[in-house]
Design a protein around this ligand. Structure first.
Ligand code: FAD
Length: 567
C-alpha cells in the first residue's frame, strides 16, 4: 500500500500560473485545503527568469481591441479569438492586483506604472520591473501565497503520473526527493501548471527544469496535446550559453546587425524592424547566418545586438541584469561592445488541450500557464503575453478548481495502478541494468531536435527525426541510472525527465510533419506559404502506445478574418 495524502485541490507547479491559481482558490473559501507540489523550490521555477515584462492595456491610446488584434496577428491567426478577447480584458486587473500585493513595477516620472515597447505590440504595453520582471512577480506571489494557512507546499516533490478514474481526476503519484519514497496525492480537483519543455533543445533560454513533465503526464493519461508543432525561437539567445537577452533590449532601442554592419531587419520587416514578432526576427537572423552574413566567432557564426547608442545610464536603469549577464557569461560589456546572439528555443505555444475555463476533457482536471494550450498564442506568441497568460488563466484555474472542489467528493483511486507506477519507476527505470546511459540519449535527442526541428523544417528531415526519436525511445528501455542512492536521486529525476521529453518530441515532430504549410513559428521550406484553406485548424495529438494519433479542431474566429501578415 502506498501512503495517500489528500487535499481538496492539488496544484502541480509553483511557477507563476501555479502560485496565482493557489492564491485565488485560497481566497474563494478558507475551508478549501490546497496542496502545491513542485520539483524545485517555488522561486526556482522558470517564471523567475522572465525579464522583459507583462503585457496589459493600461493607457489611453491603447485599447482591448488593439491588444487583441496584435495578439491575433502575431499568432498568424491561429489563436482562438474568444479566448484572446477575454485574456486582454483580464490582464490589466492582474497588473493592479500584483501592484497591491507589493510588486515593484518600474515607474514613469509622474509615478505611474511604466510600459515599454515590445516585439509585435503596436503600443508600448509591457509593464516591467527593470529587466527582472519575473523575479519580482514571483517573489510577490510567493510571499502572498505563504500568508494563507490553507495552502500547503510540497517543495522538492517530483510528480510522476496523473491518475484518472472514469474520466475524472482521482490523484497523482509523486516522489519526495529527500527520501526517495513514493506517495499518492488524492484531490477533488487537480491543476497542472508545470511549464514548458524547451530543454528538449541544446541552445535554449530555459532552465534545466523545463522538461514538459505535466504535458506528458496528461497526454499519457488520455488528455490530448494541442498545437505542439509550434515552438518559439527567441531571436536573442546569448552565445554561447543560450541565456536570454530580453526582447526589452530591442524595446529600449537596441539594433540587430550582421557582419556587414547592416541593420538587416529593414529587408525583412521594414516598418517594425527589430520590433517585429519573434518568428520573423528569428527567421531573418537564421537566413542571414545561412547566407554567410553572420559574424564569425569561436562558437560559430552569430548576429550582434548593439546597445551602445543607448548609453550607460539607460542600460544601467532599464537593463541592469542584461549588462551583468553579458559581462559574466559572454565577457562583453554592452556599454562598449555588441552582444553576440542567435535564435534560441524559448517557448511552447502548444500544450495540454484546455478551454477558456482551463477545463480539459477530464472532469476535475485543469491546466494553466505554459503547459496548457487554451489557445491565446496560436502559432506564435508575442513577447510579454506569457506572464499575463499565467496570471490571468492561473486565476481562472484557481477559481474553477475551487468551485469544482466545493461541489464534489474525493474519488477512489486504484492502489493497483499506483503500485504499478511505483514498479515502473523503481523496479524498471531505476532497477534495470541496461547498457545505455541517460545523458547520452538526452544529448542525442537534443541534437536531433536542434538540427531538424528548428526554425526551418522540411519533410525528409522531419521524417528522419521522427524515426530517430523512436529509436531513442527503444534505447531508453535499455538504460541504467548510475546513482544508486534513493535520497535526492538526481540521476533518476534526469531519467524521468528524459522519458517525458521523448514522448513530447515524438508528438511535436508528428504534428510538424503533418502540417504542410508555414504559419507563425512553424516554417516548412517545402511549403513556404500559409494555407488557410486546409490548415486554419488546431492539431490534437492523442496518445496511443504506437505513437500519436492526430486529429484537428477548428479555430474560433470572432472579429478578425485571416489577413496578410506584414510588419
Ligand atoms: C529567460 C526567460 C525569459 C522570459 N521572459 C518573459 C517575459 O519577460 N515576459 C513573458 O511574458 N514571458 C517571458 N518568458 C516566458 C514565461 O516566463 C514562461 O512562459 C512562464 O513563466 C511559465 O510559467 P509557468 O507557471 O507555466 O511555469 P514555470 O514557471 O516553468 O513553473 C513550472 C513549475 O512546475 C513544477 N514542475 C514541473 N514538473 C514537475 C514535476 N514533475 N513534479 C513537480 N513539479 C513539477 C516546477 O517545479 C515549477 O514550479 C520568459 C521565459 C524565459 C525562459
Amino acid at each position: 500500500m502506498l501512503e495517500a495524502l489528500s487535499h481538496d485541490i492539488v496544484i502541480v507547479g509553483a511557477g507563476m500560473a501555479g502560485l496565482r491559481a493557489a492564491i485565488t482558490a485560497a481566497e474563494i473559501n478558507d475551508k478549501i485545503d490546497i496542496g502545491v507540489i513542485s520539483k524545485v523550490y517555488p522561486i526556482r521555477s522558470h517564471s523567475v527568469c522572465a525579464q522583459g515584462g507583462t503585457a496589459a492595456m493600461m493607457r489611453d491610446g491603447d485599447s482591448y481591441d488593439l491588444h487583441a488584434w496584435d495578439t491575433v496577428k502575431g499568432s498568424d491567426f491561429l489563436a482562438d479569438q474568444d479566448v484572446v478577447e477575454f485574456f486582454v480584458k483580464k490582464a490589466p486587473e492582474e497588473i493592479t492586483t500584483l501592484e497591491h500585493w507589493g510588486c515593484p513595477w518600474s515607474r514613469t516620472e509622474e509615478g505611474k506604472i511604466n510600459q515599454r515597447p515590445f516585439g509585435g505590440h503596436s503600443f508600448p504595453r509591457a509593464c516591467f520591473a527593470a529587466d527582472m520582471t519575473g523575479f519580482h512577480e514571483m517573489h510577490t506571489l510567493d510571499g502572498k501565497a505563504k500568508t494563507y494557512p490553507n495552502i500547503k507546499f510540497y517543495d522538492e516533490w517530483f510528480v510522476t503520473s496523473l491518475m484518472i478514474e472514469k474520466n475524472a481526476a482521482a490523484g497523482l503519484t509523486a516522489i519526495e526527493l529527500k527520501t526517495g519514497e513514493m506517495s499518492v496525492f488524492r484531490a477533488k480537483a487537480i491543476i497542472m501548471a508545470t511549464g514548458g519543455y524547451a530543454r528538449v533543445y541544446e541552445f535554449t533560454t530555459f532552465s534545466h527544469t523545463a522538461t514538459g513533465d505535466g504535458m506528458t503526464m496528461a497526454y499519457r493519461a488520455g488528455v490530448p496535446l494541442k498545437d505542439m508543432e509550434f515552438i518559439q525561437f527567441h531571436p536573442t539567445g546569448m552565445v554561447p550559453s543560450g541565456i536570454l537577452i530580453t526582447g526589452g533590449a530591442r524595446g529600449e532601442g537596441g539594433y540587430l546587425v550582421n557582419a556587414k554592419s547592416e541593420r538587416f531587419m529593414k529587408r525583412y520587416a521594414p516598418e517594425k524592424m527589430e520590433l517585429a514578432p519573434r518568428d520573423i526576427v528569428s527567421r531573418a537572423e537564421t537566413t542571414e547566418i545561412q547566407e554567410g552574413n553572420g559574424i564569425e566567432g569561436p562558437h560559430g557564426p552569430y548576429i550582434a545586438l548593439d546597445l551602445r547608442h543607448l548609453g550607460e545610464e539607460k542600460i544601467n536603469e532599464r537593463l541592469p541584469l542584461i549588462r551583468d549577464v553579458a559581462i559574466k557569461l559572454s565577457g562583453v560589456d554592452p556599454v562598449d561592445e555588441p552582444i553576440p546572439i542567435r535564435p534560441a528555443a524559448h517557448y511552447s505555444m502548444g500544450g495540454i488541450h484546455a478551454n477558456i475555463k482551463t477545463e480539459t476533457s477530464v472532469l476535475g482536471f485543469y491546466a494553466a500557464g505554459e503547459c496548457a494550450c487554451l489557445n491565446v498564442h496560436g502559432a506564435n506568441r508575442l513577447g510579454t503575453n506569457s506572464t499575463s497568460d499565467c496570471l490571468v488563466f492561473g486565476a481562472v484555474a484557481g477559481e474553477e478548481a475551487a468551485k469544482f472542489a466545493l461541489s464534489h467528493d474525493l474519488r477512489d483511486f486504484s492502489q493497483e495502478k499506483a503500485l504499478a507506477e511505483e514498479r515502473r519507476i523503481f523496479d524498471d527505470i531505476w532497477g534495470r541494468e541496461g547498457d545505455e546511459r541517460i545523458p547520452v540519449i538526452r544529448d542525442e535527442l537534443r541534437r536531433i531536435m536542434s538540427e531538424r526541428v528548428w526554425v526551418f523544417r522540411k519533410e525528409d528531415e522531419l521524417k528522419s527525426a521522427l524515426n530517430e526519436v523512436r529509436e531513442l525511445k527503444e534505447r531508453f528501455k535499455n538504460t541504467r541510472v548510475e546513482d544508486r542512492d534513493r535520497q535526492f536521486n538526481t540521476g533518476l529525476v534526469g531519467a524521468l525527465q528524459l522519458d517525458f521529453t521523448l514522448d513530447l518530441s515524438e508528438v511535436t515532430i508528428a504534428g510538424a510533419l503533418a502540417r504542410t504549410e508555414s504559419r507563425g513559428a512553424h516554417t516548412r521550406l517545402d511549403y513556404p506559404k500559409r494555407d488557410d484553406e486546409n490548415w486554419l485548424k488546431h492539431t490534437l495529438g492523442h496518445y496511443t502506445k504506437d505513437g500519436p494519433r492526430l486529429a484537428y479542431i477548428p479555430v474560433t474566429i470572432t472579429k478578425w478574418s485571416p489577413a496578410v501578415r506584414a510588419y
